[in-house]
Design a protein around this ligand. Structure first.
Ligand code: IPE
Ligand code: IPE
Ligand code: MG
Length: 266
């Protein structure tokens, strides 16, 4: 790994970006569906919960790498609106795990200039977790480093319905002319209102689906699916995902940019 000096997001740390990555083509926003914790544990003859615990370590590593490599936002899917359908002991283990990890990590997040936010229907979470989320959000709100969005009790469809409801209410009260509703006004009602859309979506464990994650925001994300199970995700895997991303031609419905000589011949 070579050391390329850069100050990311104006914060004082020097980033170390691997030399095989193009510093000028880094994604601004990476979203991750952290999948495969249960299978990772089962493959080792361990209870699923151990997979979730190991998954936390992978997330901590990934967050620090993204921050160091100058990525401006990381959005991680931690618990979906559908995950409540899992056995009660797994759900309560996850809630306790979120609480414990947040408590343990908050000082470091603050020091490392991470701005943490939780996206989802937070009111359905245990009260102690809600309080901790509020504290963490407040304590890191002015941090200048990476935006770390943790999707907790998050569902893309629910987010869209809530946005539609909010716009309907604003229209009914006369505050908003429905004729003016456009994509910008709509996306300003989403939980990700302050973020650019993800450039890169990573999904681990080989599943080729988005499982109700960021349905609106992923419209033009590049998708990288890896067979690696989430607890095994590390700097090598992140680098592979970024190299894959940098190899893509992002056309957004247009054409590849062509060189001036090709233009003359065409
Ligand atoms: C992802 O791992 C974590 C959560 C959804 C909370 P899984 O628990 O879905 O692991 P698999 O897919 O069963 O292996
Ligand atoms: C997606 O994983 C949700 C999270 C990673 C939090 P799931 O394991 O819940 O997704 P499906 O059931 O395989 O689609
Ligand atoms: Mg899964």
């Amino acid at each position: 790994m070579s050391c390329v000096s850069t100050t990311s997001q104006g914060h004082p740390q020097v980033s170390r970006i691997p030399s095989d990555l193009d510093i000028h083509r880094m994604p601004a926003h990476v979203a991750i569906i952290m999948d495969g914790n249960g299978r990772w544990a089962q493959a080792r003859g361990l209870p699923r919960m151990m997979g979730h615990r190991a998954g936390v370590e992978a997330l901590k590593t990934t967050l620090r790498l993204c921050n160091d490599w100058g990525i401006k936002a990381l959005t991680a899917y931690a618990f979906s609106t559908e995950n409540w359908s899992r056995p009660g002991d797994e759900v309560s283990f996850l809630m306790t795990l979120f609480e414990r990890v947040l408590q343990q990590e908050l000082d470091s997040l603050e020091k490392e200039q991470v701005q943490i936010r939780f996206l989802g229907d937070l009111e359905a979470l245990p009260k102690r977790l809600q309080n901790l989320i509020e504290e963490a959000t407040k304590r890191t709100a002015l941090n200048k480093g990476i935006h770390f969005n943790v999707c907790t009790n998050y569902g893309g469809r629910r987010e869209l319905v809530l946005a539609a409801k909010k716009l309907a209410e604003r229209s009914a009260s006369g505050e908003l002319d429905p004729a003016l509703i456009d994509e910008n006004i709509f996306s300003a009602e989403l939980l990700t209102a302050d973020e650019v859309d993800p450039d890169l979506l990573i999904r681990t464990s080989g599943e080729n689906r988005i499982s109700n994650f960021l349905l609106w925001q992923l419209a033009y994300a590049e998708i990288h699916v890896t067979e690696v199970l989430w607890p095994d995700f590390n700097s090598v895997e992140l680098k592979k995902a970024l190299i894959d991303y940098q190899s893509r031609s992002r056309r957004f419905g247009g054409l590849d940019p062509i060189s001036p000589s090709e233009q003359i011949n065409s």
